[in-house]
Design a protein around this ligand. Structure first.
Ligand code: ADP
Ligand code: MG
Length: 247
């Protein structure tokens, strides 16, 4: 569904050249969930922005073919809602090119998918952080994308809300068949969510290692399978000792 080959991005400025992403190749199958993990500044967001078409690559190509006109959705760390529009209005905002009755149908479908029917008329300032982020997910999913890009979507949330939303995004994937690329610096989250984890390294940004996560679902956060893979990835990141000390 998505094929990235030889993709690179350099930023030029008076201070010099930053290779945010060196030649990178990655493919994502229909309905697959790939997590990108890596230290701050290793090019995770750059890679997502290139895939989303928000920036132009310096080299390489991106082939996205989901059949028909199904597009790519994006969810950021902050919900980025319009404060003057209610929840339904925020979801509708991304659908204004569609006929009114189709908008209504999609808004209802998206609200149902994130279990926020009761909050349709609420304003963003009345929502908790977790609810706001569910609205952001609903807004993206309302366009029925074949691929959803999430850039550290849960890192601003408390541990309980985060765990609930991790389960929710997996349920949404099951119900819609949407593929996911999730950027996270939470290695446990990557192992819980992903079919494959790409471990990135910085200077220059690149994928250092890709690991298949062949654990059955639902996955148990504290189970051996999840924790063993988490330890392996932390080791690959060179962060195993730092995290152990912090914990
Ligand atoms: P990550 O999301 O992994 O933390 P980013 O993709 O945001 O990393 O950034 C990768 C590198 O590219 C960093 O060194 C960052 O400073 C640099 N970078 C990102 N965006 C720009 C920009 N618009 N101009 C110049 N440098 C940038
Ligand atoms: Mg980032």
């Amino acid at each position: 569904m998505l094929e990235i080959a030889g993709l690179a991005k350099r930023y030029e400025s008076r201070a010099g050249t930053v290779t945010a992403l060196a030649e990178t190749s990655l493919s994502v199958a229909t309905g697959e969930c790939v997590a990108l993990v890596g230290p701050s500044g290793c090019g995770k967001s750059t890679l997502l922005r290139l895939v989303a078409g928000l920036e132009k690559p310096t080299a390489g190509r991106i082939r996205y073919d989901a059949g028909g006109e199904r597009d790519i959705g994006v969810v950021f760390q902050e919900p980025r809602l319009m404060p003057w529009l209610d929840v339904a209005g925020n979801i509708r905002f991304g659908l204004l090119d569609l006929p009114r009755d189709e908008q209504d149908r999609r808004v209802a479908e998206a609200l149902h998918l994130v279990h926020l029917e009761h909050a349709a008329k609420a304003l963003p300032k009345q929502l908790s952080g977790g609810m706001s982020q569910r609205v952001a997910i609903a807004r993206a999913i309302a366009r029925r994308p074949a691929l959803l890009l999430l850039d550290e979507p849960f890192s601003a949330l408390d541990a309980f809300t985060k765990a609930a939303l991790q389960e929710e995004i997996l349920r949404i994937r099951d119900e819609t068949g949407v593929g996911l690329i999730v950027v996270t610096h939470d290695v446990e989250e990557a192992v819980l969510l992903a079919d494959r984890v790409a471990v990135m390294a910085g200077r220059p940004g690149r994928i250092a290692l890709t690991l298949a996560i062949d654990l059955p679902r639902p996955r148990e956060r504290a189970g051996h399978g999840v924790q063993d893979l988490r330890a392996r990835i932390l080791e690959a990141l060179g962060q195993d000792r730092i995290e152990t000390r912090a914990a």
